[in-house]
Ligand binder design. Structure first.
Ligand SMILES: C[S@@+](CC[C@H](N)C(=O)[O-])C[C@H]1O[C@@H](n2cnc3c(N)ncnc32)[C@H](O)[C@@H]1O
Length: 266
């Protein structure tokens, strides 16, 4: 911010945010202060946050794996736990990988891989036009973004060539969507959250088609809840992949990886 803000103003922001139910009011106030371009912008941001908008939508960005990903109303905010999914993807990626970020939302996962691995050929896709707009912004110069249902909009030339297939699909069971915090339930698109009866409907569709798109030795990586991991593992196996479940206690994250056997069957 260009103009100085008095401690009283800071404390007023903290008090206002706390009254609105923000648990990390001090941290949020500091972020809002450092992002605001002036007093009017700051006042507007504080009001929107107190109205319940996700902090990241108010700020206009989410910190993800050390990158600032542009986000705003209408797009899913990348979650800290998904940094584990990205780490697992980086670990299985060969040199100069072909990466597909399916259900890409803001494009956060693909953006991190394209920024941290050398020679990535990145393709991303999402069914939601709003998500596609954010992804095009975040992936400008890093990769191509397509709009459509799962694999449908991808170029056919990618079939059998994908080394890393990231798919952070919606996986909240329909009956649990109403239990989510209002920030997600009210301010994020339902298509980004609702994964059907047991939460795994979209994942099943991805797993059913992945083999066709993966290169020999290539991997599909999905995030699930701990409770869903065993079913997801079996689903990937049924899709012709060799599954593996990894858990991060630190990030409270579960990732199921399914690898297409190599040409020698390994
Ligand atoms: C949980 S969000 C994940 C977004 C992003 N990958 C991330 O981790 O921040 C799920 C995304 O899947 C997209 N999606 C849901 N169903 C889809 C489908 N059938 N085809 C393509 N994208 C879909 C939603 O629009 C949403 O952006």
């Amino acid at each position: 911010m260009s103009s100085p803000v008095s401690p009283l103003t800071l404390s007023a922001i903290v008090t206002g945010l706390r009254a609105a139910g923000c648990v990390f009011a001090e941290d949020e106030a500091a972020l809002l202060l450092s992002t605001a371009t002036g007093p009017a912008h700051l006042a507007a941001m504080v009001e929107r946050r107190a109205d319940g908008l996700p902090l990241e939508h108010v700020l206009g960005f989410a910190e993800f794996c050390g990158l600032r990903i542009a986000v705003g109303p209408g797009v899913f905010v990348p979650r800290r736990r998904s940094e584990f999914l990205v780490r697992q993807a980086g670990a299985v990626a060969p040199a100069r990988p072909v990466v597909v970020d399916l259900c890409c939302g803001s494009g956060a996962l693909g953006a991190v891989l394209a920024s941290t691995l050398a020679g990535v050929e990145l393709h991303a896709a999402d069914v939601d036009p709003a998500a596609v707009r954010w992804a095009r912004r975040n992936l400008a110069g890093l990769g191509e973004v397509y709009e459509g249902d799962l694999f449908a909009p991808l170029p056919a030339s990618l079939r059998g060539r994908v080394d890393v297939l990231l798919a952070n699909v919606p996986y909240v069971p329909t009956g649990d969507v109403d239990l989510l915090p209002a920030e997600a339930r009210v301010h994020e698109p339902r298509v980004a959250l609702d994964g059907g009866g047991d939460g795994l409907d979209v994942m099943r569709r991805v797993a059913g088609a992945a083999l066709d798109w993966l290169a020999p030795g290539g991997s599909l990586l999905v995030e699930t809840s701990e409770r869903q991991a065993a079913v997801a593992e079996e689903t990937l196996r049924a899709g012709g992949l060799v599954p593996r479940v990894v858990v991060s206690e630190e990030l409270y994250a579960t990732v199921v990886t399914g690898t297409r056997p190599g040409r020698d069957g390994a």
